[in-house]
Design a protein around this ligand. Structure first.
Ligand code: BES
Ligand code: MN
Ligand code: ZN
Length: 465
Protein backbone atom coordinates (compact mmCIF):
# COMPACT_ATOMS: atom_id res chain seq x y z
CA UNK A 1 0.00 0.00 0.00
CA UNK A 2 1.29 3.38 -1.04
CA UNK A 3 0.67 6.40 1.23
CA UNK A 4 0.44 9.85 -0.35
CA UNK A 5 0.17 13.18 1.42
CA UNK A 6 -1.96 15.60 -0.64
CA UNK A 7 -3.40 19.08 -0.17
CA UNK A 8 -7.08 18.23 0.07
CA UNK A 9 -8.39 14.68 0.29
CA UNK A 10 -12.00 15.89 -0.09
CA UNK A 11 -11.38 16.79 -3.75
CA UNK A 12 -9.64 13.63 -4.85
CA UNK A 13 -11.53 11.11 -6.88
CA UNK A 14 -11.20 7.84 -4.98
CA UNK A 15 -13.18 4.73 -4.09
CA UNK A 16 -13.74 5.55 -0.43
CA UNK A 17 -13.43 8.66 1.68
CA UNK A 18 -13.20 8.03 5.43
CA UNK A 19 -14.54 10.80 7.66
CA UNK A 20 -15.00 10.99 11.42
CA UNK A 21 -17.52 12.36 13.90
CA UNK A 22 -17.23 13.11 17.60
CA UNK A 23 -20.08 12.28 19.93
CA UNK A 24 -20.00 15.70 21.58
CA UNK A 25 -19.45 18.02 18.60
CA UNK A 26 -22.48 18.35 16.36
CA UNK A 27 -20.65 19.72 13.33
CA UNK A 28 -17.37 17.97 12.85
CA UNK A 29 -17.44 17.42 9.13
CA UNK A 30 -20.11 18.80 6.82
CA UNK A 31 -20.24 15.53 4.91
CA UNK A 32 -21.56 13.93 8.08
CA UNK A 33 -24.42 16.44 8.13
CA UNK A 34 -24.97 15.88 4.44
CA UNK A 35 -25.06 12.08 4.45
CA UNK A 36 -25.38 10.61 7.93
CA UNK A 37 -28.70 9.43 9.31
CA UNK A 38 -29.76 10.97 12.61
CA UNK A 39 -29.13 7.65 14.33
CA UNK A 40 -25.38 8.09 13.73
CA UNK A 41 -24.19 9.59 17.00
CA UNK A 42 -20.44 9.36 16.63
CA UNK A 43 -19.97 6.83 19.41
CA UNK A 44 -16.50 5.29 19.28
CA UNK A 45 -16.43 2.53 16.67
CA UNK A 46 -19.85 3.27 15.16
CA UNK A 47 -19.77 3.36 11.33
CA UNK A 48 -21.99 4.07 8.40
CA UNK A 49 -21.40 3.75 4.67
CA UNK A 50 -23.08 5.64 1.86
CA UNK A 51 -22.78 5.52 -1.91
CA UNK A 52 -22.45 9.16 -2.99
CA UNK A 53 -24.17 8.63 -6.40
CA UNK A 54 -21.76 11.06 -8.05
CA UNK A 55 -22.43 13.88 -5.58
CA UNK A 56 -18.85 13.68 -4.29
CA UNK A 57 -15.49 12.89 -5.93
CA UNK A 58 -15.42 9.75 -3.73
CA UNK A 59 -17.59 6.80 -4.70
CA UNK A 60 -18.33 5.91 -1.07
CA UNK A 61 -18.20 7.93 2.10
CA UNK A 62 -17.45 5.90 5.22
CA UNK A 63 -18.03 7.71 8.50
CA UNK A 64 -16.65 6.44 11.79
CA UNK A 65 -17.41 7.56 15.33
CA UNK A 66 -14.45 8.86 17.34
CA UNK A 67 -16.34 9.00 20.67
CA UNK A 68 -15.99 11.91 23.09
CA UNK A 69 -13.42 14.44 21.91
CA UNK A 70 -11.73 14.69 25.32
CA UNK A 71 -11.30 10.90 25.46
CA UNK A 72 -9.55 10.62 22.12
CA UNK A 73 -6.08 9.09 22.04
CA UNK A 74 -3.77 7.41 19.54
CA UNK A 75 -5.23 3.96 20.20
CA UNK A 76 -8.79 5.11 19.47
CA UNK A 77 -7.69 6.88 16.29
CA UNK A 78 -5.86 3.76 15.07
CA UNK A 79 -8.62 1.31 15.99
CA UNK A 80 -11.47 3.38 14.58
CA UNK A 81 -9.67 4.15 11.36
CA UNK A 82 -8.83 0.46 11.02
CA UNK A 83 -12.51 -0.32 11.44
CA UNK A 84 -13.47 2.12 8.69
CA UNK A 85 -10.67 0.79 6.46
CA UNK A 86 -12.07 -2.75 6.86
CA UNK A 87 -15.37 -1.44 5.52
CA UNK A 88 -13.51 0.07 2.56
CA UNK A 89 -11.83 -3.28 1.91
CA UNK A 90 -15.21 -5.06 2.04
CA UNK A 91 -16.36 -2.61 -0.65
CA UNK A 92 -13.27 -3.56 -2.69
CA UNK A 93 -11.97 0.00 -2.55
CA UNK A 94 -8.52 0.38 -4.10
CA UNK A 95 -7.99 4.06 -3.44
CA UNK A 96 -8.91 5.34 0.01
CA UNK A 97 -8.68 8.89 1.35
CA UNK A 98 -8.85 10.18 4.94
CA UNK A 99 -10.60 13.44 5.79
CA UNK A 100 -10.16 13.49 9.56
CA UNK A 101 -11.04 16.46 11.73
CA UNK A 102 -9.14 16.44 15.01
CA UNK A 103 -6.65 18.66 16.82
CA UNK A 104 -4.50 15.66 17.60
CA UNK A 105 -1.69 14.47 15.37
CA UNK A 106 -3.23 11.45 13.78
CA UNK A 107 -0.97 10.70 10.80
CA UNK A 108 1.10 7.78 12.08
CA UNK A 109 -1.76 6.09 13.93
CA UNK A 110 -4.05 6.52 10.93
CA UNK A 111 -1.46 5.09 8.53
CA UNK A 112 -0.75 2.17 10.86
CA UNK A 113 -4.48 1.58 11.40
CA UNK A 114 -5.20 1.32 7.68
CA UNK A 115 -2.13 -0.88 7.15
CA UNK A 116 -3.17 -3.28 9.92
CA UNK A 117 -6.68 -3.49 8.44
CA UNK A 118 -5.19 -4.16 5.01
CA UNK A 119 -2.88 -6.97 6.21
CA UNK A 120 -3.75 -10.53 5.23
CA UNK A 121 -1.45 -13.51 5.18
CA UNK A 122 -2.64 -14.73 1.78
CA UNK A 123 0.63 -16.03 0.32
CA UNK A 124 -0.72 -19.58 0.16
CA UNK A 125 -4.22 -18.73 -1.08
CA UNK A 126 -4.75 -19.14 -4.79
CA UNK A 127 -7.43 -16.47 -4.55
CA UNK A 128 -5.83 -13.40 -2.95
CA UNK A 129 -7.58 -11.04 -0.54
CA UNK A 130 -8.53 -7.57 -1.70
CA UNK A 131 -5.90 -4.92 -0.88
CA UNK A 132 -5.94 -1.12 -0.79
CA UNK A 133 -3.44 0.22 -3.31
CA UNK A 134 -3.23 3.89 -2.30
CA UNK A 135 -4.06 5.83 0.84
CA UNK A 136 -4.38 9.62 0.58
CA UNK A 137 -3.90 11.72 3.70
CA UNK A 138 -3.91 15.49 4.20
CA UNK A 139 -2.99 17.78 7.10
CA UNK A 140 -0.07 15.54 8.05
CA UNK A 141 3.62 16.44 7.80
CA UNK A 142 5.32 14.48 5.04
CA UNK A 143 8.05 13.13 7.37
CA UNK A 144 5.44 11.65 9.72
CA UNK A 145 4.33 9.44 6.87
CA UNK A 146 7.93 8.70 5.88
CA UNK A 147 8.31 7.23 9.38
CA UNK A 148 5.05 5.30 9.16
CA UNK A 149 6.03 3.33 6.05
CA UNK A 150 9.10 1.55 7.52
CA UNK A 151 7.27 0.91 10.81
CA UNK A 152 4.57 -0.90 8.85
CA UNK A 153 7.22 -2.71 6.79
CA UNK A 154 8.85 -3.96 9.99
CA UNK A 155 5.50 -5.06 11.41
CA UNK A 156 4.50 -6.86 8.23
CA UNK A 157 7.88 -8.60 7.99
CA UNK A 158 7.44 -9.84 11.56
CA UNK A 159 3.84 -10.89 10.99
CA UNK A 160 4.61 -12.74 7.76
CA UNK A 161 7.47 -14.67 9.33
CA UNK A 162 5.44 -15.70 12.37
CA UNK A 163 2.50 -16.72 10.18
CA UNK A 164 4.70 -18.85 7.89
CA UNK A 165 4.60 -22.61 8.44
CA UNK A 166 7.57 -24.04 10.33
CA UNK A 167 8.55 -25.93 7.17
CA UNK A 168 9.34 -22.54 5.59
CA UNK A 169 10.54 -20.42 8.50
CA UNK A 170 13.35 -22.75 9.58
CA UNK A 171 16.43 -21.62 11.55
CA UNK A 172 18.37 -21.66 8.25
CA UNK A 173 15.72 -19.47 6.63
CA UNK A 174 15.88 -16.95 9.47
CA UNK A 175 19.67 -16.86 9.11
CA UNK A 176 19.40 -16.33 5.37
CA UNK A 177 16.94 -13.48 5.87
CA UNK A 178 19.15 -11.89 8.54
CA UNK A 179 22.02 -11.86 6.05
CA UNK A 180 20.00 -9.98 3.43
CA UNK A 181 19.44 -6.67 5.27
CA UNK A 182 20.88 -3.36 4.06
CA UNK A 183 23.32 -1.67 6.41
CA UNK A 184 23.46 -4.60 8.84
CA UNK A 185 26.49 -6.76 9.55
CA UNK A 186 25.43 -10.34 10.25
CA UNK A 187 27.31 -13.28 11.73
CA UNK A 188 25.75 -16.74 11.77
CA UNK A 189 27.23 -19.40 14.05
CA UNK A 190 26.70 -23.04 13.04
CA UNK A 191 26.14 -26.03 15.31
CA UNK A 192 29.85 -26.81 15.87
CA UNK A 193 30.61 -23.19 16.79
CA UNK A 194 27.56 -23.03 19.06
CA UNK A 195 28.98 -25.97 21.02
CA UNK A 196 32.51 -24.55 20.99
CA UNK A 197 31.27 -21.21 22.35
CA UNK A 198 29.85 -23.08 25.34
CA UNK A 199 26.18 -22.63 24.59
CA UNK A 200 25.26 -25.95 26.16
CA UNK A 201 21.69 -24.96 27.00
CA UNK A 202 20.77 -23.69 23.52
CA UNK A 203 22.53 -26.58 21.81
CA UNK A 204 20.69 -29.17 23.94
CA UNK A 205 17.29 -27.83 22.88
CA UNK A 206 18.23 -28.10 19.20
CA UNK A 207 19.39 -31.72 19.39
CA UNK A 208 16.07 -33.47 18.80
CA UNK A 209 15.53 -31.87 15.39
CA UNK A 210 16.92 -32.58 11.94
CA UNK A 211 17.01 -28.82 11.30
CA UNK A 212 20.42 -27.45 12.27
CA UNK A 213 20.44 -24.64 14.87
CA UNK A 214 21.69 -21.18 13.90
CA UNK A 215 22.93 -18.52 16.29
CA UNK A 216 22.33 -15.23 14.53
CA UNK A 217 24.00 -11.93 15.44
CA UNK A 218 22.98 -8.86 13.42
CA UNK A 219 24.63 -5.54 14.12
CA UNK A 220 23.60 -2.03 13.24
CA UNK A 221 26.46 0.39 13.95
CA UNK A 222 26.55 4.12 14.28
CA UNK A 223 29.84 6.09 14.14
CA UNK A 224 29.44 7.73 17.57
CA UNK A 225 26.74 5.74 19.32
CA UNK A 226 25.18 7.38 22.38
CA UNK A 227 24.70 3.87 23.74
CA UNK A 228 24.91 0.21 22.75
CA UNK A 229 21.95 -2.12 23.13
CA UNK A 230 20.97 -5.69 22.27
CA UNK A 231 17.53 -6.99 21.37
CA UNK A 232 17.11 -10.76 21.64
CA UNK A 233 14.19 -12.64 20.10
CA UNK A 234 13.14 -16.16 21.11
CA UNK A 235 13.61 -18.16 17.92
CA UNK A 236 11.87 -21.51 18.38
CA UNK A 237 10.88 -22.20 14.79
CA UNK A 238 8.69 -24.99 16.13
CA UNK A 239 8.00 -26.02 19.70
CA UNK A 240 6.57 -29.53 19.90
CA UNK A 241 7.46 -29.61 23.59
CA UNK A 242 10.28 -32.09 22.93
CA UNK A 243 10.07 -35.44 24.79
CA UNK A 244 7.64 -33.78 27.21
CA UNK A 245 5.48 -33.47 24.14
CA UNK A 246 2.56 -31.05 23.96
CA UNK A 247 -1.02 -32.21 23.37
CA UNK A 248 -2.26 -31.58 19.82
CA UNK A 249 -4.33 -28.50 20.62
CA UNK A 250 -1.38 -26.75 22.33
CA UNK A 251 1.04 -27.66 19.54
CA UNK A 252 -1.17 -26.36 16.76
CA UNK A 253 0.10 -22.78 16.75
CA UNK A 254 3.67 -23.46 17.87
CA UNK A 255 5.11 -22.22 14.60
CA UNK A 256 4.58 -18.81 16.25
CA UNK A 257 7.21 -19.61 18.88
CA UNK A 258 9.68 -17.53 16.88
CA UNK A 259 7.55 -14.37 17.11
CA UNK A 260 10.25 -12.72 19.23
CA UNK A 261 12.82 -13.51 16.54
CA UNK A 262 10.43 -12.26 13.87
CA UNK A 263 10.09 -8.98 15.77
CA UNK A 264 13.87 -8.57 15.95
CA UNK A 265 14.22 -9.37 12.22
CA UNK A 266 11.49 -6.85 11.33
CA UNK A 267 13.26 -4.13 13.29
CA UNK A 268 16.77 -4.90 11.97
CA UNK A 269 15.42 -4.88 8.41
CA UNK A 270 14.39 -1.21 8.56
CA UNK A 271 16.93 0.26 11.00
CA UNK A 272 19.26 1.64 8.37
CA UNK A 273 16.36 3.71 6.96
CA UNK A 274 16.16 5.60 10.26
CA UNK A 275 19.90 5.83 11.00
CA UNK A 276 19.49 6.04 14.80
CA UNK A 277 22.53 7.18 16.76
CA UNK A 278 22.84 4.00 18.84
CA UNK A 279 24.38 0.58 18.25
CA UNK A 280 21.77 -2.15 18.00
CA UNK A 281 22.68 -5.84 18.21
CA UNK A 282 19.88 -8.15 17.06
CA UNK A 283 20.36 -11.64 18.46
CA UNK A 284 18.48 -14.88 17.75
CA UNK A 285 19.24 -18.39 18.97
CA UNK A 286 17.17 -20.21 16.32
CA UNK A 287 16.27 -23.89 16.53
CA UNK A 288 13.39 -26.35 16.78
CA UNK A 289 12.29 -28.23 19.91
CA UNK A 290 11.58 -31.76 18.67
CA UNK A 291 11.48 -35.23 20.25
CA UNK A 292 13.93 -36.86 17.82
CA UNK A 293 16.21 -39.75 18.82
CA UNK A 294 18.99 -37.45 19.98
CA UNK A 295 16.63 -35.11 21.84
CA UNK A 296 17.66 -33.75 25.24
CA UNK A 297 15.96 -35.51 28.09
CA UNK A 298 14.38 -34.75 31.43
CA UNK A 299 17.13 -35.18 34.04
CA UNK A 300 19.93 -34.04 31.72
CA UNK A 301 22.28 -31.46 33.18
CA UNK A 302 23.27 -28.63 30.85
CA UNK A 303 25.99 -26.03 31.19
CA UNK A 304 25.17 -22.56 29.90
CA UNK A 305 27.70 -20.12 28.44
CA UNK A 306 28.31 -18.43 31.82
CA UNK A 307 29.14 -21.79 33.43
CA UNK A 308 25.91 -22.20 35.39
CA UNK A 309 24.39 -25.69 35.38
CA UNK A 310 20.73 -26.49 34.72
CA UNK A 311 18.83 -29.69 35.47
CA UNK A 312 16.23 -30.32 32.78
CA UNK A 313 12.94 -30.70 34.62
CA UNK A 314 10.73 -30.30 31.56
CA UNK A 315 11.85 -30.24 27.93
CA UNK A 316 8.92 -27.95 27.09
CA UNK A 317 10.51 -25.13 29.11
CA UNK A 318 12.99 -24.77 26.24
CA UNK A 319 12.71 -21.07 25.41
CA UNK A 320 14.47 -19.99 28.59
CA UNK A 321 17.33 -22.41 27.81
CA UNK A 322 17.92 -20.88 24.38
CA UNK A 323 17.58 -17.37 25.82
CA UNK A 324 20.00 -18.14 28.66
CA UNK A 325 22.89 -18.53 26.22
CA UNK A 326 21.73 -15.60 24.09
CA UNK A 327 21.63 -13.38 27.20
CA UNK A 328 25.17 -14.46 28.17
CA UNK A 329 26.38 -13.71 24.65
CA UNK A 330 24.72 -10.25 24.66
CA UNK A 331 26.18 -9.37 28.08
CA UNK A 332 29.64 -10.40 26.87
CA UNK A 333 29.34 -7.81 24.08
CA UNK A 334 29.49 -5.20 26.85
CA UNK A 335 26.26 -3.50 25.80
CA UNK A 336 24.49 -1.03 28.11
CA UNK A 337 21.02 -2.53 27.78
CA UNK A 338 19.49 -5.86 26.79
CA UNK A 339 15.84 -6.44 25.93
CA UNK A 340 14.56 -9.92 25.21
CA UNK A 341 11.19 -10.65 23.62
CA UNK A 342 9.78 -14.14 23.82
CA UNK A 343 6.62 -16.23 23.56
CA UNK A 344 7.82 -17.71 26.81
CA UNK A 345 5.02 -18.94 29.06
CA UNK A 346 1.43 -20.10 28.83
CA UNK A 347 1.21 -18.71 32.37
CA UNK A 348 1.66 -15.16 31.08
CA UNK A 349 -1.12 -15.77 28.59
CA UNK A 350 -3.38 -17.04 31.40
CA UNK A 351 -2.57 -13.99 33.52
CA UNK A 352 -2.95 -11.21 30.95
CA UNK A 353 -4.80 -12.72 28.00
CA UNK A 354 -4.41 -11.03 24.63
CA UNK A 355 -4.76 -7.57 26.19
CA UNK A 356 -1.19 -7.05 27.33
CA UNK A 357 2.29 -8.55 27.29
CA UNK A 358 4.17 -9.24 30.51
CA UNK A 359 7.31 -7.30 31.35
CA UNK A 360 10.01 -7.93 33.97
CA UNK A 361 13.53 -6.68 34.47
CA UNK A 362 16.40 -5.81 36.79
CA UNK A 363 16.00 -2.02 36.74
CA UNK A 364 12.78 -0.27 37.69
CA UNK A 365 13.34 2.89 35.60
CA UNK A 366 14.26 0.88 32.53
CA UNK A 367 11.12 -1.27 32.78
CA UNK A 368 8.98 1.86 33.31
CA UNK A 369 10.51 3.49 30.24
CA UNK A 370 9.63 0.54 28.02
CA UNK A 371 6.09 0.40 29.40
CA UNK A 372 5.77 4.11 28.57
CA UNK A 373 7.10 3.56 25.07
CA UNK A 374 4.56 0.75 24.67
CA UNK A 375 1.68 3.01 25.66
CA UNK A 376 2.90 5.62 23.17
CA UNK A 377 3.15 2.93 20.46
CA UNK A 378 -0.22 1.26 21.02
CA UNK A 379 1.13 -1.86 22.78
CA UNK A 380 0.36 -2.63 26.42
CA UNK A 381 2.89 -4.10 28.86
CA UNK A 382 2.09 -5.10 32.43
CA UNK A 383 4.85 -5.58 34.97
CA UNK A 384 5.00 -8.93 36.76
CA UNK A 385 6.93 -9.46 40.00
CA UNK A 386 10.51 -10.70 40.22
CA UNK A 387 10.52 -12.11 43.74
CA UNK A 388 13.05 -14.55 45.18
CA UNK A 389 10.11 -16.90 46.02
CA UNK A 390 9.87 -17.85 42.34
CA UNK A 391 13.59 -18.56 42.14
CA UNK A 392 13.50 -20.73 45.27
CA UNK A 393 11.06 -23.07 43.53
CA UNK A 394 13.68 -23.82 40.89
CA UNK A 395 16.37 -25.06 43.28
CA UNK A 396 17.85 -28.37 42.14
CA UNK A 397 19.45 -31.12 44.22
CA UNK A 398 22.06 -31.87 41.60
CA UNK A 399 22.63 -28.64 39.60
CA UNK A 400 22.59 -24.85 40.10
CA UNK A 401 18.92 -24.71 39.14
CA UNK A 402 16.09 -26.55 37.39
CA UNK A 403 14.46 -25.12 34.28
CA UNK A 404 10.97 -25.00 35.83
CA UNK A 405 9.42 -24.25 39.20
CA UNK A 406 5.97 -25.15 40.48
CA UNK A 407 2.85 -25.03 38.32
CA UNK A 408 1.96 -21.56 39.52
CA UNK A 409 3.47 -18.14 38.86
CA UNK A 410 5.12 -19.49 35.72
CA UNK A 411 5.78 -16.15 33.99
CA UNK A 412 7.67 -14.77 36.99
CA UNK A 413 9.56 -18.06 37.45
CA UNK A 414 10.72 -17.84 33.83
CA UNK A 415 11.79 -14.24 34.42
CA UNK A 416 13.80 -15.24 37.51
CA UNK A 417 15.41 -18.05 35.52
CA UNK A 418 16.54 -15.65 32.79
CA UNK A 419 17.95 -13.22 35.36
CA UNK A 420 20.60 -15.84 36.22
CA UNK A 421 22.19 -15.20 32.82
CA UNK A 422 22.27 -11.39 32.90
CA UNK A 423 25.23 -9.58 34.44
CA UNK A 424 24.27 -7.00 37.06
CA UNK A 425 25.86 -4.03 35.29
CA UNK A 426 23.55 -4.43 32.27
CA UNK A 427 20.05 -2.98 32.29
CA UNK A 428 17.75 -5.77 31.25
CA UNK A 429 14.06 -6.13 30.41
CA UNK A 430 12.20 -9.29 29.47
CA UNK A 431 8.99 -9.12 27.42
CA UNK A 432 6.73 -12.20 27.57
CA UNK A 433 4.50 -12.03 24.50
CA UNK A 434 3.01 -15.54 24.65
CA UNK A 435 -0.53 -14.13 24.80
CA UNK A 436 -0.14 -11.22 22.39
CA UNK A 437 2.00 -12.51 19.53
CA UNK A 438 -0.58 -14.71 17.84
CA UNK A 439 -4.36 -14.34 17.98
CA UNK A 440 -6.76 -17.26 17.76
CA UNK A 441 -9.63 -14.83 17.16
CA UNK A 442 -9.67 -11.17 16.08
CA UNK A 443 -8.80 -8.62 18.77
CA UNK A 444 -9.23 -4.85 18.35
CA UNK A 445 -7.73 -3.83 14.98
CA UNK A 446 -5.98 -7.19 14.47
CA UNK A 447 -7.36 -10.23 12.69
CA UNK A 448 -6.40 -13.84 13.48
CA UNK A 449 -2.75 -14.86 13.44
CA UNK A 450 0.50 -13.02 14.07
CA UNK A 451 0.39 -9.43 15.38
CA UNK A 452 4.03 -8.37 15.12
CA UNK A 453 3.90 -7.43 18.81
CA UNK A 454 6.94 -5.57 20.10
CA UNK A 455 7.95 -4.10 16.75
CA UNK A 456 6.42 -0.68 17.37
CA UNK A 457 7.48 -0.43 21.02
CA UNK A 458 11.08 -1.49 20.46
CA UNK A 459 11.48 0.46 17.25
CA UNK A 460 10.14 3.62 18.89
CA UNK A 461 12.38 2.95 21.87
CA UNK A 462 15.39 2.77 19.56
CA UNK A 463 14.36 5.88 17.63
CA UNK A 464 13.75 7.94 20.77
CA UNK A 465 17.31 7.45 22.04
N1 BES B 1 6.26 -21.69 23.73
C1 BES B 1 5.72 -22.08 24.97
C2 BES B 1 4.89 -20.97 25.63
C3 BES B 1 3.60 -20.58 24.91
C4 BES B 1 2.40 -21.13 25.29
C5 BES B 1 3.61 -19.63 23.90
C6 BES B 1 1.23 -20.76 24.65
C7 BES B 1 2.46 -19.26 23.26
C8 BES B 1 1.26 -19.83 23.64
C9 BES B 1 6.83 -22.44 25.95
O1 BES B 1 7.96 -22.97 25.39
C10 BES B 1 6.28 -23.48 26.86
O2 BES B 1 5.99 -24.55 26.41
N2 BES B 1 6.16 -23.14 28.14
C11 BES B 1 5.66 -24.04 29.11
C12 BES B 1 6.55 -23.98 30.33
C13 BES B 1 6.26 -25.02 31.35
C14 BES B 1 6.66 -26.38 30.85
C15 BES B 1 7.01 -24.68 32.60
C16 BES B 1 4.24 -23.60 29.45
O3 BES B 1 3.99 -22.40 29.52
O4 BES B 1 3.38 -24.47 29.61
MN1 MN C 1 7.83 -25.11 25.15
ZN1 ZN D 1 8.37 -22.46 23.44
Amino acid sequence: MDIQVIENTRDISCDALIINKFEDEPTTNELVNLFAPESFTGKSGETFVIHTQGQQPAKYVIAVGFGKSNELNGDKIRENIAKAAKKAIELKAETVALDITTDQTFGIQAGIGVSIADYHFDKYKTKKEHHISTLYISNVPEDTIKKCIPIVEAMNTARNLANEPAAYATPSKLAEIAQSFDGIETKVFESAQIQKMGMGAFYAVSKGSEEPPKFIHMKYSSPNPSKRIAIIGKGLCFDSGGLDIKPAASMLTMRDDMSGAACVLGIMKVLSKFKPNIEVNGIIAACENMPGCSAYKPGDILTAKNGKTIEVDNTDAEGRLTLADALCYACELGVDEVIDIATLTGACMVALGTAASGIMGNNEDFVKEIIKMGTFSGEKFWELPMWQDYRDNMNSDIADMKNTGTRYGGASAAGMFLKEFVTDDVKWAHLDVAGTAFLESPHREFGKGATGVGVRTLLNYILCH
